[in-house]
Design a binder for this molecule. Structure first.
Ligand SMILES: [Cu+2]
Length: 195
């Protein structure tokens, strides 16, 4: 499960929208965390902090072909952390040395990402057909949602709090819905199909 916590330090710079302060993003790091749960798209100058969420020995180690080279070394213990600040645009595959088949991800570093870009590139959603809920994970804090049918008629709306959430879709007809997620003034549009 993607469980990202966001720590944003925003300086009000008063320049263009591209003048966004560097941010620190937190990722959980434990057995079974891989793929999208361990991957982020960030901006050059941003920091990623991994926190050990199980008690095993892990490392955060860049792949051989990563843009930047980083290695925490083997660290053990629940709550241990490792931080790395990415300064070069590029793609950084990484893994845990003792558990490379179970723990791996990619930190993609781009330049000139707006807050909206960061929001859009780091939201994952899926329709849980069993519970009838749209499950959401976001790097940036979610504030509210709207759900529209394909005709653009609003069906549902409400508040969201934190970086994960669920939108109850039980009681709504099967079909395709347009979901708009909000982070303050930023928004992300996602299409989901309810069976
Ligand atoms: Cu590991």
């Amino acid at each position: 499960m993607k469980n990202v916590i966001q720590v944003i330090v925003i300086a009000v710079l008063g320049f263009s929208s591209s003048a966004i302060a560097q941010q620190t993003y937190a990722l959980d790091w434990a057995i079974g965390i891989n793929g999208s749960a361990a991957s982020l798209t960030i901006e050059a100058g941003d920091t990623v902090e991994w926190t050990w969420t199980d008690a095993l020995n892990h490392s955060v180690t860049s792949d051989g072909d990563a843009q930047e080279s980083f290695d925490s070394g083997i660290i053990g213990g629940l709550g241990s952390t490792f931080s790395y600040t990415f300064n070069q645009v590029g793609t950084n595959g990484y893994h845990c040395t003792p558990h490379s088949s179970s723990m791996f991800g990619v930190i993609t570093v781009e330049q000139g990402l707006s807050i909206e870009d960061k929001f859009q590139k780091n939201v994952t959603t899926y329709m849980d057909q069993t519970t009838g809920k749209i499950m959401i994970q976001s790097l940036l804090t979610l504030t509210s949602f709207e759900v529209f049918n394909i005709l653009g008629v609003q069906q549902h709306s409400g508040a969201l709090v934190g970086t994960s959430g669920a939108i109850e879709m039980n009681g709504y007809a099967s079909g395709v819905y347009i979901v708009v997620l909000h982070h303050n003034e930023q928004s992300v549009v996602i299409k989901v199909a309810k069976r």
